[in-house]
Design a protein around this ligand. Sequence first.
Ligand SMILES: [Ca+2]
Length: 509
Amino acid sequence: MRYTIPFFGVICFMFLSCAEKTDKDERPNIIFVLADDHRYDAMEFMGHPFLKTPNMNRMAGQGLVFKNAYVTTSLCSPSRASILSGLYAHNHGVVDNYHSVDENLKFFPSYLKDNGYETAFIGKWHMGGEDDSPREGFDYWLSFKGQGTYWADGHGTSREVPQNNSDGFNINGKRVPQKGYITDELTDYAMNWLEKRTADKPFMMYLSHKAIHADFVAADRHLGSYKNMVVPDSTQFKVGENTPMWVINQRNSRHGADFAYNLPDFDINEYYRRYCETILAVDENLGRILEWVDDDDKKEARKTIVVYMGDNGFHFGEHGLIDKRTAYETSVRVPLLMYDSKTSKGRVINEMVANIDIAPTFLDMAGLPVPESMDGRSMKPLMEDKNIPDWRNELLYEYYWERNYPFTPTTNALLTERYKFIRYQGIWDLDEFYDLELDPKEMKNLINSAEHEDMIKYYRQRLFELLKETGGESMPLLEDRGNYYPLRHPEKAKSANFPENYFLKPKKD
Ligand SMILES: [Ca+2]
């Protein structure tokens, strides 16, 4: 049965705005569910034409929806490190998917554990490749090496995925075989941990799904659910105006719509259907957690907040691309939803928030000070519907070139609610500037627009100011590791021409 307390009365209790006045044990429990590569619009309540996500809808309808949630780096390991540390990639140093984390880096679970929280990590860690041994800050640990696998026997996979492996789970240092479908099984372990725990202290559980990472494999029960459905917006395959050469060239690459994963017969509609079918188990299993939280008989459940987030987005043909990494909307925007059992009315929060805000928020919710070194900021006041006049209205974005996928350059961007400036490092190419209000699909690059010249100049300057303020003026240079994917298809899209304005204009007389 659901409580019917007036909404505003609930907020204070719900998010413990009164933390300092309450007993330590009244601090909230936190269940953080992280999905991999879940783009912001792949949820039913976002108006998706066929995808059904009843539990994400419920979180949105009865909880908080952060409409403008971003990642500051759109790649698995760097984004995960930002979530855990509250730092930009240029400060935590995890700038690719291949290197381990600096041992001196302290993640938010350690702060919580040191201050009386029971903590659990269950799922994909993916920082440090082949090592899935227990990390600092967790009382309970279950993880797997690299990308793990959807099924232990690998069925349903259509290609070899780098860093996939079937070596089972590492549970508190012991190898245990994987038995079932990964999303179900990780949630089984999560539910089991919730049911069996006896400690008389608040908890933080970090459930980190393998889904919905490529190569997408849905649970057997969901196979064929979206048969014959196609990518909703086919206009997205077009190349826009003044598109940088590297984008046009990436189209015919491992991360391009023409030669995705270097498969000559790649079918993007089929791939998208598989993505949506794989989301179904994430939603269903989220429902199991919401059900636990909704159980009025459990005191523990009533003070629990569930947070659902994606670690980065994913292109399905936008700009001729697949994968993520870029500063485009479908890559940088993520779902961010919050839910507890006592709130019945949903609320949309429009402020710009990011992966770097998760750690400060959780510390703040636990009544702990947010270390000054953290780049992110606590979202707790926004959760409490407070007016925060100095909340950020701009956000830094960065991506560091990986030799493995040589087509996407090092990228720095400045995002505001309406405009986006994107700068590339180390290549002979166009930068980008978009008016997202007039051009939400980023099809018209205004970088050469005379009308926007002053604004672009300001954005460029501001980008460097923010880099300087946050210590982002130097770039880590890490050793090349992993596979190299330079292949192009000889019969697909040709190389880009240089932009017209790069050519010397002949003199008129
Ligand atoms: Ca990811």
